[in-house]
Design a protein around this ligand. Sequence first.
Ligand SMILES: [Fe+2]
Ligand SMILES: [Fe+2]
Length: 317
Amino acid sequence: MTTTPIRPQLTQTQLLLELEQVVEGELDRHIAVAKEWFPHEYIPYSDGRTFDGLLGGEAWSPEDSKISDVGKSALVINLLTEDNLPSYHHEIAVLFGRDAAWGDWVHRWTAEEGRHGIALRDYLTVTRAVDPVELERLRMMHISAGYISAHSQDLLRSLAYVSFQELATRVSHRNTGKFVNEPIADQLLTRISADENLHMIFYRNLLGAALQIAPDQTMRAITEVVKGFEMPGAGIPGFQRKAVEMAIAGIYDLRLHLSDVVWPVLRFWKVFELEGLSAEGEIARRELADFLTELEQSAARFDQRREALRARLLARG
Ligand SMILES: [Fe+2]
Ligand SMILES: [Fe+2]
């Protein structure tokens, strides 16, 4: 047990200033490794047909697409999550500010995320993968509701949240691509998930630096975020039902959340090896360890229930 005394909390402004140099370095690194790509190259335009309505084409019908209902649900969730960019932009622009390196990151990130929604919508519309009327109505409802982060006022919690969230989004896109079994969709979602991975790395490195600057405060932030984690699309109408379908399909479930999202980031930060925490930091770390044990048990229970469900479905043929 460490004897490090309890440290005074850094204010939001102090944290922003302390991390400014790191943001600058990470932004340069990000721009050097990010690959330029073009949405239009991923869209099979010659497969498209005019829709009904103004231009008198053919209405959408479920038979237009070979993608399964679960695959359609996953694509819609992934796109609507990207669509809520105006709210996400607002959240980080207010918190990080729009000046200097922080502002450059806010704008660059927003531009990259905008590409994801454009590419996915074009793909889904041209290939008639999902009902365009339902999609637009869902988009209106979802974006009209707005998104307010649970960590709006707190830089460290926001950085911890986006570290996990970008990786969660990567896993969701990647596994949706594999699940829908359409080569172009898979390529597009692989391309998008590569961007999400770079976003994760940016935030993860930033929070790694924060762990050095304010270890106890950052440890508390990590614990709170892991304990309360919710996907950014949780407010989409019908999200819970679609999320269950996606979990049963293995696109995004508790096991993947733990093994492919939470643990890789925690391991990178070396949260359980970190030395020099004060009593407060140690309490937060123990709370995190206890929570991870509970999460592991929940994941095991879910795995069992899903196995049983699959066995029943198989028996029914
Ligand atoms: Fe994205
Ligand atoms: Fe992202």
